[in-house]
Write a protein that binds this ligand. Structure first.
Ligand SMILES: NC(=O)c1ccc[n+]([C@@H]2O[C@H](COP(=O)([O-])OP(=O)(O)OC[C@H]3O[C@@H](n4cnc5c(N)ncnc54)[C@H](O)[C@@H]3O)[C@@H](O)[C@H]2O)c1
Ligand SMILES: [Zn+2]
Ligand SMILES: [Zn+2]
Length: 362
């Protein structure tokens, strides 16, 4: 099958012929229908984060089950599924405590054992499976705990977005911060994650939803998805603008860029008792600093991993929200492309001008 392989870091992706194994116990083989380009893939390509290479990248996808291995009764051939990197072991303290996105055992329990053939390979060489998914490929072979079954009337291209961006943004609002109706929300960064957070704030009944970005086109998109106010950070100081708009500071702020500067802005925009939630991946080794005295005002600096999702519960709910019209996914898709054009897609993502782009498999 064709797959996009990262051979070195930093590096771009190369389309290669890759072998995928037959499903073993508790594994599911999926025909990929669509896969989204997330900025997290780009972080690994650029080396702000690292992974074992060679690896098949991609982690936001949906498709149709082709075959299942032994002991799988959750799905069967023909079922529609969304994959998720927040795979869960199901028996650790975090999983059993209701926080499966924090599961620390997935790296040990959901992968093949040493000595077993690799799920993905190139000739005799094993290829690393990226974030339990490796979505930039015509097929996926994943542990059954890395996917969720969804209703068959959900268009799979739209469902792919739910695999990371939508769940991360909505989950940060609903699960990590638990935004309550009537509160003021700020979202810094209007890519796939930030636009999803804007929509989550709208669905949660936030009062003011202030979107911050560097590009007017992204701010217009944020407005069409629920932002009540916008701040262009290329021409205004976002902290001063938010303080002015909110009369002193916001109750909830969300950083969806991945920079020290924007994470610190998210904290400085808070009113007393406010919470800043950092979703963006800050480069490894970078410190985020806050004035200690501000903690006395009961401000919180929090992080969110995949929107603290319980994805087997959350993703089908988000699918329902799309199908009943509450969640808009169509406008979040800036374009679709073939796997061969993936590096052009990442070049566009880097400019900040596009929202979500999808690879579709014919
Ligand atoms: N925590 C998690 O579980 C998780 C999950 C998925 C993605 N992420 C991270 O979230 C971040 C956003 O991902 P994405 O795919 O939406 O990215 P993206 O590139 O699509 O969007 C980023 C947006 O931020 C804007 N921006 C850049 N610099 C800015 C600044 N100084 N001020 C305001 N806006 C600015 C860009 O114009 C762009 O619209 C990335 O760091 C990604 O790795 C985290
Ligand atoms: Zn992602
Ligand atoms: Zn676990």
């Amino acid at each position: 099958m064709k797959a996009a392989v990262l051979n070195e870091i930093p590096g771009s992706l190369r389309i290669e012929d890759v072998s995928i194994d037959a499903p073993g116990p508790r594994e599911v083989l999926v025909r990929t229908v669509a896969a989204g380009l997330c900025h997290s893939d780009l972080h690994f390509m650029e080396g702000t984060y690292t992974t074992a290479v060679p690896a098949v990248l991609g982690h936001e996808s949906a498709g149709v089950v082709e075959a299942v291995g032994s002991m799988v009764d959750y799905v069967g051939p023909g079922d529609h599924v969304i994959t998720c990197l927040a795979a869960f072991c199901g028996h650790c303290e975090d999983c059993l405590g209701g926080h499966p996105a924090r599961c620390q055992r997935k790296g040990a329990d959901l992968v093949r054992r040493p000595g077993e053939p690799s799920r993905l390979s190139r000739g005799d060489e094993a290829l690393h499976q990226f974030l339990h998914c490796s979505s930039f490929a015509e097929q996926l072979l994943v542990h059954e705990h890395a996917l969720v079954k969804i209703r068959p009337d959900m268009p799979l291209e739209k469902a792919a977005l739910v695999g990371c961006g939508v769940t991360t943004g909505l989950g940060a609002i609903f699960r990590t911060a638990r935004v309550d109706p009537g509160s003021d929300v700020v979202v810094i960064g209007c890519g796939g994650i930030g636009l999803s957070a804007v929509q989550g704030a709208r669905i949660a009944g936030a009062n003011r939803i202030i979107a911050v970005d560097m590009h007017t086109s992204k701010l217009e998109l944020a407005q069409s998805l629920g932002a009540t106010d916008v701040v262009n950070a290329s021409s205004e100081d976002p902290v001063a603008a938010v303080k002015e708009l909110t009369g002193g500071g916001a109750r909830f702020t969300f950083e969806a860029v991945g920079l020290k500067q924007t994470a610190e802005q998210a904290f400085r925009m808070l009113r007393a008792g406010g919470q800043a939630t950092v979703i963006g991946l800050i480069p490894i080794g970078t410190m985020v600093e806050v004035h200690g005295v501000e903690l006395t005002n009961e401000k919180t600096l929090a992080g969110s991993n995949m929107g603290s999702t319980r994805f087997r519960t959350d993703m089908p709910r988000y699918v329902d929200m799309y199908l009943d019209g509450r969640l808009n996914l169509d406008e979040m898709i800036s374009g679709t492309m073939a796997l061969e054009d993936i590096n052009d897609g990442f070049a566009r993502l880097k400019t900040g001008i596009v929202a979500r782009q999808l690879i579709t498999f014919g």
